[in-house]
Design a protein around this ligand. Structure first.
Ligand code: PHE
Length: 471
């Protein structure tokens, strides 16, 4: 089948790709990591890594897509027959993520409706989140609504659906997040004699905290920043390969990629500016938890503490999160649909319906993970008492993604050679400014970093440590 879908130009591509990149990872994971890993210290490490390692992975994915004109399932095989298996492995990641991303999207939608109907007070009460996600029906209903909107966008196609949607939603997201971040900085609360202000909170966020810094802890910060960049830039999951295959040959890829990196990082930084001062002012740093706890438990308490204006800020906040989550889930569904259209030779509309139905069924199972199928396990990464959603997330993000990146770097760096990518970056007649860094990164540094990340997340380091401890 001839692929005709394309983004209209560079701007549409940048917004759609930034839409994929900007998601819950920016909002609920980045601020938490910054708070935990020494504020400004984490920010410096993160920025340095985005510009080197994040840039390398993003460039590789997008250039593979545009050069081969294929989606992940076929792209690697088209480059070298023997490497076709890497396409299959890469395809597995969005397939797995799709099962739970819409569940989280459903949770966000529920909170949006809660604030819309003026019930923000209830959301701030203890146990609200847990009783919602463990309920038998409500999480499924909200997940289905969220999935339906996602499917509607993908159903319309690349230019009319994804691009048009991103053009409306992404600017709205920026305006909302900037507005809330500025508001956050003006907060002030007096607690007995002590006064806590948003600007003090900003200091906690921006000033590097070197207390208790050891080489081991620094390695921990590096690993945190690396795994965050992966998830945040939506790389190594075939999504950026698919979006790359929709970019026209005359687009200056280097410039577009810099913009995507910039947007994703900028939104993450703003999310930190919005969340850390607010949490600091109203709850001290204890409210800074990882994952759902931050967004669904701490933030409603912060909005409650703001008084009447909190109801509006809460509404704006969850609207912004819905936008961020929707554009990401659109990119996941699009990748699945586009890959499957290739294999099954079915048109977009039918394929979109079929995959939506399968995803809905899988997402119902994930929802049941909080009631009927409830369990608690400890993961090799060190996380304890985890549920089904966390286990699935662990498999895709902590095991598969670093492994895929490792193989992709070895394949591109040593089998295809960096020149293969550089040629694609320059095919539009623009020079590829970061050619040298790219070449060194893809061949030597990134594979090594991926290996470390893979060992860390699969518990190999922990295992070795325990062996040494015994010896
Ligand atoms: N990059 C998105 C984020 O930061 C997450 C995402 C994961 C998007 C997988 C698409 C696919 O939240």
């Amino acid at each position: 089948m001839k692929k005709k879908s394309k983004f209209s130009g560079s701007f549409g591509f940048v917004l759609a790709a930034a839409g994929s990149a900007v998601g819950v990872g920016n909002i609920w994971r980045f601020p938490y990591l910054a708070a935990k890993d020494g504020g400004g210290l984490f920010l410096i490490v993160y920025l340095a890594l985005v510009l080197t390692f994040g840039f390398t992975l993003l460039t590789t994915d997008v250039a593979i897509g545009r050069r081969t004109h294929e989606h992940a399932l076929r792209a690697f095989g088209a480059m070298k027959k023997k490497w076709a298996f890497l396409g299959v492995l890469t395809f597995l990641v969005p397939a797995i993520i799709m099962t739970y991303y819409t569940v989280i999207g459903g949770w966000v939608s529920k909170y949006f409706v809660t604030y819309l109907t003026g019930q923000g007070g209830a959301a701030a009460e203890d146990g609200y989140f847990t009783s919602f996600i463990t309920a038998p029906v409500a999480p499924v209903v909200f997940m289905l609504i969220f999935l339906a909107v996602t499917a509607f966008v993908v159903y319309q196609g690349v230019e009319k659906g994804i691009e048009r949607f991103s053009r409306i939603v992404m600017p709205a997201l920026f305006v909302l997040i900037i507005g809330i971040a500025v508001f956050s900085l003006t907060l002030k609360v007096s607690d007995g004699d002590a006064v806590r202000t948003g600007l003090q909170g900003l200091q906690v966020y921006l000033v590097p905290n070197l207390e208790g810094l050891t080489p081991g802890r620094f390695l921990g910060i590096l690993v945190d920043a690396m795994s965050q960049i992966f998830f945040s830039l939506s790389v190594s999951m075939g999504i950026m390969i698919t979006y790359g295959s929709y970019v026209k040959k005359d687009v200056n890829l280097g410039q577009s990629l810099s913009r995507i990196e910039f947007f994703d990082t900028f939104v993450a930084l703003l999310a930190g500016m919005m969340i850390i001062p607010a949490v600091y002012v109203f709850s001290g740093m204890e409210g800074m938890s990882a994952g759902p706890g931050l967004m669904f438990i701490s933030m409603p308490k912060v909005f409650q503490a703001m008084g009447p204006v909190g109801a509006f800020i809460g509404l704006a906040f969850f609207l912004m999160v819905i936008f961020a989550t929707l554009t990401s889930s659109v990119s996941i569904l699009e990748t699945l649909v586009a890959n499957c259209m290739d294999i099954f030779h079915v048109d977009r509309k039918k394929m979109c319906l079929a995959i939506t139905l399968i995803s809905a069924a899988a997402a119902v199972v994930i929802c049941l993970g909080y009631n009927v199928l409830y369990f608690e396990v400890d993961l090799p990464s060190g996380a304890v008492n985890q549920q089904l959603l966390d286990v699935v997330d662990y498999i895709s993000n902590s095991v598969l993604m670093p492994f895929i990146s490792l193989l992709t770097c070895l394949f591109v760096g040593w089998v295809m050679k960096p020149k293969w990518i550089v040629e694609e970056m320059e095919v539009s007649g623009h020079s590829f400014g970061r050619k040298k860094i790219y070449t060194v990164m893809i061949r030597y540094i990134t594979p090594l970093m991926m290996l470390i990340l893979f060992f860390q997340s699969t518990g190999v380091f922990r295992f070795l440590k325990s062996l040494f401890a015994k010896a």
